[in-house]
Ligand binder design. Structure first.
Ligand SMILES: [Zn+2]
Length: 345
C-alpha cells in the first residue's frame, strides 16, 4: 500500500479544469494576515495580478507590530491596505482594564485602523488570574463592543475553530485526519478549554447583548459546516455579518445549500481568504464564487489540505457577486469607502 500522505489521485473526469486568476469584479479581501510576509512589493504585485483592489490586514495588534504594518503597508499604500487593530486582553484582571481597553479602541481609530479584530484566543486560550477561560461574552469586554459601536468600527471576531478540531478521537474515520496528524497542536480534543457548543452559546450571547455593534463573525459565522444554524443566527441578529475566510472548502462541498445561503444573505457576507494570494487559492475562490465548474480543488494539496475533497462552483449572479466581493465591505467598514472613492456608491 502507498502511505496516505503520498496518495495523490488525479481525477479522470474530463471537465474544464482551467485556473481562474482574475475576478469578474474588483475584490476587497476583508480578512488577511500580512504579518506572514515582509515582501510588500510581492504582495502588491500579486494583488494586481489577481485583481485584488484592497487587503484588510487583521494583524494590527497593539504593539510594535501595529507600527510596522502601518509604516510598511498602510501609510505608503493607503488605497491598497488597511488594518484592523487589536486590544490586548492580557490585562483583564487589572482594575483599570476597562479604561485602558476603551483608550485602546480610541487609539485604533486615531491611528487609522478601520476596524477591530479578535482572535480565537478569546475562547480557547486566554484565561484570567483564576485560570478561568475568557469567553467572548465576558462582561469585562463590554466596554470594547460599546466603544466600537460609538466609533462606528466593525469588529471581526474569530470564535472557536472547526467543530471537528474539538473531537476527542481522531482516528481513521475522521475526515480531517491528515490535517490534524500534520498539525496535532490544532486539536482541542484533549485540552481543557470550552467545547464548541459552549463557544457558540457565548457567540450568540455576545451578538444578543450588543445590538448596536457590527460583528463580522469570521469563517462563515464560525460554523460553515452548518449553514442552517448560521442562517438562524443571521435571521435573529441583524448586527451579525460573516466572512468567507478559509471556508470555501466547506461551502464548496455543499454547493446547493451554499448558493441558496449566499443569495439569501447577499447583504451579510464579505469576501475574505485568510491567506496570502497564490494561484491555487485565488483560483479556488474565483471558480467557487463565479463559475459552474465541478469537482475542483479549493487549494493545492501541498499548500493547505483541510481534507480530501473537491468543491463545486455556485455561479453567483453578478449583483450578488459584486456585493460579496466589495460592496458589502465598503458598507460594513465605513472608513474604507473614503479610501476607495472610485468603488464607493
Ligand atoms: Zn484569520
Amino acid at each position: 500500500m502507498i502511505p496516505l500522505d503520498q496518495f495523490r489521485p488525479i481525477t479522470r473526469l474530463e471537465l474544464p479544469q482551467q485556473q481562474r486568476l482574475r475576478p469578474k469584479f474588483p475584490v476587497i479581501d476583508a480578512h488577511s494576515h500580512l504579518t506572514r510576509t515582509k515582501d510588500v512589493a510581492k504582495v502588491l504585485d500579486d494583488m494586481d495580478r489577481y485583481g485584488i483592489r484592497m487587503i484588510v490586514d487583521m494583524d494590527g495588534f497593539w504593539d510594535e507590530r501595529m507600527d510596522y504594518q502601518l509604516k510598511h503597508y498602510v501609510e505608503p499604500h493607503p488605497d491598497r491596505f488597511t488594518i484592523f487593530g487589536r486590544v490586548n486582553l492580557c490585562g483583564i484582571d487589572e482594575p483599570d482594564f476597562e479604561r485602558k481597553a476603551r483608550q485602546r479602541v480610541l487609539e485604533c481609530v486615531e491611528r487609522g485602523a478601520t476596524g477591530l479584530k479578535f482572535s480565537k484566543s478569546l475562547g480557547v486560550k486566554l484565561t484570567d488570574k483564576n485560570g478561568v477561560y475568557l469567553k467572548p461574552d465576558d462582561p469585562r469586554l463590554q466596554v470594547i463592543w460599546a466603544t466600537a459601536a460609538e466609533c462606528d468600527l466593525p469588529v471581526t471576531i474569530h470564535i472557536a475553530d472547526p467543530p471537528s478540531f474539538f473531537d476527542k478521537v481522531i482516528d481513521e474515520t475522521h475526515e480531517r485526519y491528515e490535517e490534524l496528524a500534520g498539525h496535532p497542536n490544532w486539536s482541542y480534543g484533549n485540552r481543557p478549554c470550552p467545547r464548541f457548543p459552549e463557544l457558540m452559546e457565548a457567540q450568540e450571547r455576545l451578538l444578543a447583548a450588543n445590538p448596536n455593534t457590527r460583528f463580522i463573525v469570521a469563517h462563515v459565522g464560525s460554523h460553515a459546516e452548518n449553514l442552517a444554524e448560521v442562517s438562524r443566527m443571521l435571521d435573529t441578529y441583524p448586527n451579525m455579518f460573516v466572512d468567507t475566510a478559509e471556508r470555501i472548502s466547506e461551502l464548496g462541498r455543499q454547493p446547493y445549500t451554499s448558493r441558496d445561503f449566499l443569495i439569501k444573505y447577499q447583504d451579510r457576507v464579505v469576501y475574505g481568504t485568510d491567506l496570502l494570494p497564490t494561484p491555487s487559492n485565488i483560483s479556488g475562490n474565483y471558480r467557487f464564487f463565479e463559475t459552474r465548474d465541478e469537482y475542483f480543488p479549493y487549494n493545492s494539496l501541498d499548500e493547505h489540505n483541510q481534507g480530501r475533497w473537491n468543491i463545486y462552483g455556485v455561479y453567483l449572479p453578478d449583483d450578488v457577486l459584486q456585493k460579496i466581493y466589495y460592496k458589502n465591505a465598503l458598507r460594513l467598514i465605513p472608513r474604507l469607502a473614503k479610501l476607495l472613492p472610485d468603488l464607493a456608491p
